[in-house]
Design a protein around this ligand. Structure first.
Ligand code: F6P
Ligand code: MN
Length: 296
C-alpha cells in the first residue's frame, strides 16, 4: 500500500470505492457542520430528532454511495427504508452518517460509520466484507478494517479540493494491557448483572466517555479496554443499531484482535431481523468481553 492514497483513485472494486467515497467526503462533511447545528422538525426511524447536519450528511453520502457500480442497496440510520440502487450489484452499504450528532450541539467528537455487506439488508455481521469509521476529533482520522487488517489513516483536505488519506498506523491491534472503559445509559437504568460487571471494571480501568460511540470506541482501540452501550431495564434491547453501528464496530474491533458481544454471542453472529433493530453493544479486549458474558 502506498503511503498516500487518493480517495479519488479509480478502481473496479466497489468495496474500495465505498471506503474511498467516505474518506473523500469526510473533510466536506466536517466543513459543513458549523452551519448545521440546529434541530429540524423531523425524527429518524429510531425516533431521534434530526439535526440539519444529520439530514445533509445522509443526502451527501446517499448520492455518492448509490452511484457506485456494484452497490445494489444503500441504507442509513437517518432514513426509514433501504434504497434499491436499481443495479444488480452484490454489495449493500449501510451508514450512520453522523454518529453521536448530539455532540455537535456541545462541540464534542462525532463520527461517520460505514459497513459494506456482501448480501441483502438486513444482513448478518458475517456478511461484512469491510467496515470503517471516520472520527471528527481535533484532526480527522479514519479506521478501516478489511481482510482481517485494520489501518488508521489521517484524512486531510479542506472539503473544497480532493481529500487525501495517509496511513499512519497499519496492522492496528488493541493493546494487550487495557486501560480505559466507557459505558452508556443512565446508571440507575442499568440491569443488576451489568452493574455488577461495571463495578469490577471500574476497580481496574479508568473512565473515558464522551457520548459518541465512535469517539468512545476509538479510545478502546487506541488504549485497550471496553466500551458498552448495555441492555437497560427500560430497554433490554439497548440503544445502538445492529446494521449501522453494532456490526461495523464489532467487525473492526474483532479484526483488531478484540472481541464483541450482545451479552450472549459475538455481535457478528446475531440474527439480523430488521434494518433499524437495536442491540446491546459490548466491545473491547477479549478478556473483558469474555468476563461480561460469564457474568451474564
Ligand atoms: O448513535 C447513537 C449515540 O449517539 C452513540 O453515538 C452514543 O454512544 C449514544 O447514542 C449516546 O446515547 P445517550 O443519548 O444515552 O447519551
Ligand atoms: Mn450513531
Amino acid at each position: 500500500m502506498s503511503d498516500a492514497e487518493s480517495p479519488n483513485a479509480k478502481s473496479s472494486d466497489p468495496i474500495s470505492d465505498a471506503i474511498d467515497v467516505v474518506a473523500r467526503s469526510a473533510p466536506e462533511i466536517r466543513g459543513g457542520l458549523a452551519g448545521r447545528r440546529r434541530k429540524t422538525d423531523d425524527e429518524n426511524a429510531s425516533g431521534e430528532t434530526q439535526l440539519a447536519a444529520d439530514v445533509w450528511a445522509d443526502q451527501l453520502l446517499a448520492e455518492r454511495l448509490t452511484a457506485i457500480e456494484g452497490v445494489g442497496q444503500f441504507a442509513s440510520e437517518e432514513r426509514e427504508e433501504v434504497v434499491d440502487c436499481g443495479d444488480d450489484g452484490d454489495y449493500a452499504v449501510a451508514v450512520d452518517p453522523l454518529d453521536g450528532s448530539s455532540n455537535l450541539v456541545s462541540n464534542n467528537s462525532m463520527g461517520t460509520i460505514l459497513g459494506v455487506y456482501d448480501g441483502e439488508l438486513p444482513a448478518s455481521g458475517r456478511d461484512l466484507v469491510a467496515a470503517a469509521y471516520v472520527l471528527y476529533g481535533p484532526i480527522t482520522t479514519m479506521v478501516v478494517a478489511r481482510d482481517g487488517e485494520v489501518t488508521e489513516y489521517v484524512v486531510e483536505g479542506d472539503g473544497d479540493s480532493d481529500a487525501e488519506r495517509r496511513a499512519v498506523r497499519e496492522g492496528v491491534t488493541l493493546p494487550d494491557d487495557p486501560t480505559v472503559y466507557g459505558f452508556g445509559g443512565r446508571v440507575p437504568d442499568w440491569t443488576d448483572r451489568f452493574a455488577d460487571y461495571a463495578s469490577d471494571v471500574e476497580d481496574e480501568l479508568k473512565l473515558r466517555y464522551g457520548g459518541a460511540m465512535i469517539g468512545d470506541v476509538n479510545q478502546v482501540v487506541t488504549y485497550g479496554g471496553v466500551f458498552a452501550y448495555p441492555e437497560l431495564q427500560s430497554r433490554p434491547e439497548g440503544k445502538l443499531r445492529l446494521q449501522f453501528e453494532g456490526n461495523p464496530i464489532a467487525y473492526i474491533v474483532e479484526s483488531a484482535g478484540g472481541a464483541s458481544s450482545n451479552g450472549e454471542e459475538s455481535l457478528l453472529d446475531a440474527d439480523a431481523e430488521a434494518i433499524h433493530q437495536r442491540t446491546p453493544v459490548y466491545v473491547g479486549n477479549e478478556d473483558l468481553v469474555d468476563r461480561l458474558e460469564a457474568e451474564f
